[in-house]
Design a protein around this ligand. Structure first.
Ligand SMILES: Cc1ncc(COP(=O)(O)O)c(C=O)c1O
Length: 456
């Protein structure tokens, strides 16, 4: 389309380097004709420079770096639709191997070589995985109740749950029963959880790695509390563990912690492969402890590879490449590789949290002993808000979120740093220097302009 042909009122993209081969491109309308592939590549590539640098995004739990060999494999498998198991039986086989590997990591009671390995599926992320875990609990509750049509089911969880659980409750008409924070308890309390349970409770969520501060909820104590409730009242309430982050951390950094299928009451677990499973965004996992805990209504059968194959998912089509990336990481890193990478992240978290505390300007809410994540806030006598500091961090490209806590600690505003592979000790040292510079600015003791580096 020539510039003359454009309506002057039309909003157009104006390519610079690509200008010789590309004329104005309408921003919000499909162009009338074709354009040169290389020029279009340059146009979009240039525009994406405006995005932040994902490696400096300390807000996200999601993987932002993978090895070139993993990227190559994933690029080679982008054309495979994960759901098309008939067409891509080997991709399906690799998904099955991943499920067995994860079942082993989470102490599934089922023999890894048996056909009846803990049932599960890959998903697009923990949100889809959580929906499936929640639905299974709801269906199981319905199956056990003659009056489930007139009673409303409820789900008990800490107020710190990720928004996916609120979505689950709203989308599938389940009453959310939240345990508020209290004092220094910034996640679920066992006694409080047990007290909220009744005959319409479909389950209790235990979070391995709270999104707010990286702390682990006391899953073993929760199971004991519910065992006790079972003995006292006959109510037999299952636990689903939302291990979105911790599912790929605890097996390596806290191998003695009991939070998984080693606890009889844990019925199902979800995790994000794209968080500490070290795969780019787009893969999650959900597993049930065994076949009997997975309601038939959640399962659909396809008959590939000569036998009926159970599948369950909310999404249908999605790329097989993320599952291939997950399998690459398992084979490439093994147990020791995952341990070494996450230990390095935890060392950085513990060190940086300690340095922040030593400035005297911050109180730590967490230190990085659970997930390699810590949350911090200003001590009372500092004259700036956490939102001010979050804003100032951006002058050198750091993304560090500031956010408020939920009921009953809405008085807390905090900042959170997620230490992931690629956030090296050197980068952490640079962040510490920037933090000190901002503190000097807030204290009015800065001797140089607050930013001494060139703004890109
Ligand atoms: C505890 C928890 N659950 C669920 C989710 C949702 O995960 P996903 O982004 O993989 O859907 C998150 C994301 O941060 C999380 O931290």
């Amino acid at each position: 389309m020539s510039p003359e042909a454009c309506d002057p009122a039309d909003d157009v993209l104006t390519p610079v380097y690509a200008r010789r081969r590309l004329t104005d491109v309408p921003r919000n309308r499909l162009p009338a004709g074709e354009s040169d592939a290389e020029a279009v590549y340059e146009l979009i590539h240039d525009e994406l420079m405006l995005d932040g640098n994902s490696r400096m995004n300390l807000a996200t739990f999601v993987t932002t770096w993978m090895e070139p060999q993993a990227q190559k494999l994933m690029a080679e498998t982008l054309d495979k639709n994960m759901v098309d198991r008939d067409e891509y039986p080997q991709t399906a086989e690799i998904e099955r191997r991943c499920l067995k590997i994860i079942a082993g990591l989470w102490n599934s009671p089922t023999d890894a070589n048996a056909d009846t390995t803990a049932m599960g599926t890959s998903t697009v992320g923990s949100s889809e995985a959580a929906m499936l875990g929640g639905l299974a609990m709801k269906l199981r509750w319905q199956a056990g109740r003659a009056d489930s049509d007139t009673e409303r089911p409820n789900l008990v969880m800490g107020i710190n749950v990720q928004v996916c659980w609120e979505k689950f409750c709203r989308y599938w008409d389940v009453e959310p029963r939240f345990i508020p924070m209290q004092g220094d308890r910034l996640h679920l309390g066992v006694d409080e959880a047990v007290a909220l349970c009744d005959e319409n409770t479909i389950g209790v969520i235990g979070i391995l790695g709270s999104t707010y501060d990286g702390s682990y909820e006391p899953v073993e104590a929760l199971c004991q509390g519910l065992d006790d409730l079972h003995r006292r009242s006959g109510l037999d309430i299952p636990v689903h563990v939302d291990a979105a982050s911790g599912g790929f951390v605890a097996p390596f950094l806290q191998p003695d912690l009991r939070w998984d299928f080693s606890l009889d009451r844990v019925m199902s677990i979800n995790a994000s492969g794209h968080k500490f499973g070290l795969v780019y965004a787009g893969v999650g996992w959900v597993l049930w402890r065994d076949r009997s805990h997975l309601p038939e209504d959640l399962v659909f059968y396809t008959n590939y590879l000569g036998g009926p194959e159970p599948t369950m998912a909310i999404n249908f089509s999605r790329p097989g490449s993320q599952v291939i990336g997950q399998y690459y990481n398992f084979v490439r890193l093994g147990h020791e590789g995952f341990r070494r990478i996450h230990q390095a992240s935890q060392d950085v978290a513990l060190w940086l949290a300690g340095e922040f505390e030593d400035t005297g300007a911050f109180d730590l809410l967490t230190t990085g002993v659970d997930l390699p994540v810590f949350a911090y806030r200003f001590t009372e006598n500092t004259g700036a808000t956490e939102f001010d500091l979050s804003y100032r961090y951006r002058d050198h490209g750091w993304q560090v979120p500031a956010y408020t806590f939920p009921r009953n600690r809405t008085d807390i505003t905090a900042l959170r740093i997620v230490c992931r592979e690629g956030f090296s000790h050197d980068l952490a040292t640079a962040l510490l220097a920037d933090t000190r510079r901002h503190l000097d600015h807030f204290a009015g003791t800065a001797t140089t302009p607050s930013s001494t580096r060139f703004h890109h």
